[in-house]
Design a protein around this ligand. Structure first.
Ligand code: HEC
Ligand code: HEC
Length: 357
């Protein structure tokens, strides 16, 4: 069965339709399990048995994601810090919570990461302190530096709402609870598949290099090959796999600082060897997700590449690969040209990712 790339992205296919003709009418019973359609170079998206994916949950989850009802003073929604036009990343270095407050210590002042292909993530937050999308959701609701609310207050409000009790019942055949609330939002987040970039066209073409411009192709080779000339960018060792992150969710120190204000992974493990290690972010849609790094300290890709070309700052935990990197300015520009092929404009413009009014 062949689907052109764009249709791959848009359709959530009910399981019972998978074996049928693509053109059959797609009238999905909303509580039927659906599977996320992804291209062949993506692994099958893992859905937990405890929260089977349905179109109804995705729809309700989207409504909740965009609804400020979740925050204490009803001013902030998830999308306030995760706007869809920036691939759900915050364009501000640090997000501001209810009342304009920011975190009282460095590990609570982090750049809000993009949300796409999160269905594949092994852990959540820059230090990996959260194990699942479902448990993650309770954190921003209750954090005094984010929504500053209480889950019980949210549940009371939703139960008193003119629409939500009916919508939850239709979706779950169950009432409003922390479980149904988080299951719905997590389902929406899982539906955020981004696989429509020029790089994905290249993969779908059987890796035909003519898909790329000369500069993009030079950048591709520098990114992936250790033997491209005398210089090597080493990027793929850490930003690897179909999603350009660490498929196993490992943490690395990329030499951003000699002294880290935010100790990163160390905050979770207490192991001195983890100071300054952070989750490796995906480089897909990087064009839309500035500023960069856990603290949003680098504003442009030029600054990011200059950072890597310098070999990073000395730190006992700096990854050995970082010190090895060598790139001329022209090579840095070529890598940026390649990184631009990871943009998925259909993803950031997808009306299915915007609130319905
Ligand atoms: C006030 C801003 C703010 C709000 C509101 C907010 N977030 Fe976030 N979000 C952040 C920040 C900052 C981080 C990074 C925190 C960290 O790494 O410690 C984050 C991280 C995440 C992550 C982890 C992504 C990853 O791959 O590690 C997910 C998922 C997420 N938020 C979803 C949500 C959802 C769902 C909501 C609404 C219930 C929400 N956020 C509300 C700021 C916000
Ligand atoms: C040793 C592993 C490693 C290597 C090699 C590496 N990176 Fe990174 N990269 C990381 C980590 C870890 C972060 C997050 C660091 C932080 O936030 O403090 C990161 C962050 C980034 C970011 C910011 C992403 C965001 O959403 O904020 C970009 C862009 C980036 N790297 C590009 C590259 C490029 C291009 C190369 C090759 C020249 C490269 N990286 C090589 C580990 C690596």
């Amino acid at each position: 069965m062949f689907l052109p790339m764009k249709r791959y992205l848009i359709f959530l296919m009910p399981l019972w339709l998978l074996a049928c003709e693509v053109d059959s009418p797609l009238v999905a019973p909303t509580r039927e399990p659906v599977t996320l359609a992804v291209p062949a170079h993506f692994p099958q998206a893992p859905i937990p048995a405890s929260n089977v994916l349905t179109e109804a949950k995705i729809k309700l989850g989207k409504q909740l994601f965009f609804d400020p009802i979740l925050s204490k003073d009803q001013t902030l929604s998830c999308a306030s810090c995760h706007p869809p036009e920036n691939a759900f990343a915050d364009p501000r270095a640090f997000s501001l919570g209810v009342g304009g407050v920011s975190g009282d210590e460095p590990s609570k002042r982090r750049n809000a990461p993009a949300l796409f292909n999160v269905v594949y993530h092994q852990n959540f937050f820059w230090d990996g302190s959260n194990p699942s999308l479902e448990t993650q959701i309770l954190f921003p609701i209750e954090s005094p530096f984010e929504m500053a609310n209480k889950v019980d207050t949210v549940l009371k409000r939703l139960r008193a709402h003119p629409e939500y009790p009916r919508l939850f019942w239709q979706t779950f055949q169950d009432s409003i609870s922390a479980k149904t609330l988080t299951d719905a939002i997590a389902s929406f987040e899982r539906s955020l598949i981004s696989a429509g970039s020029k790089f994905d066209q290249f993969m779908a073409s059987g890796m035909d290099s003519t898909v790329f411009t000369a500069a993009e192709w030079r950048g591709y080779k520098l990114f992936f090959l250790e033997s491209a000339g005398n210089n090597h960018a080493e990027c793929f060792h850490c930003h690897g796999g179909f999603n350009f992150d660490d498929p196993e969710g490992r943490f690395r120190n990329n030499g951003l600082y000699s002294f880290y204000q935010d100790f990163g992974r160390y905050n979770v493990t207490g192991n001195p060897l983890d100071v300054g290690k952070f989750k490796v972010p995906s480089l897909r849609n990087i064009e839309y997700t500035a500023p960069y790094m856990h603290d949003g300290s680098l504003e442009t890709l030029e600054e990011v590449l200059a950072h890597y070309a310098s070999g990073g700052k000395p730190h006992p935990n700096r990854d050995i690969l970082i010190g090895n990197i060598q790139m001329t300015e022209e090579e840095q520009r070529d890598i940026i040209a390649f990184l631009m092929t990871l943009s998925d404009p259909d993803f950031v413009n997808n009306p299915a990712h915007r609130p319905e009014d």
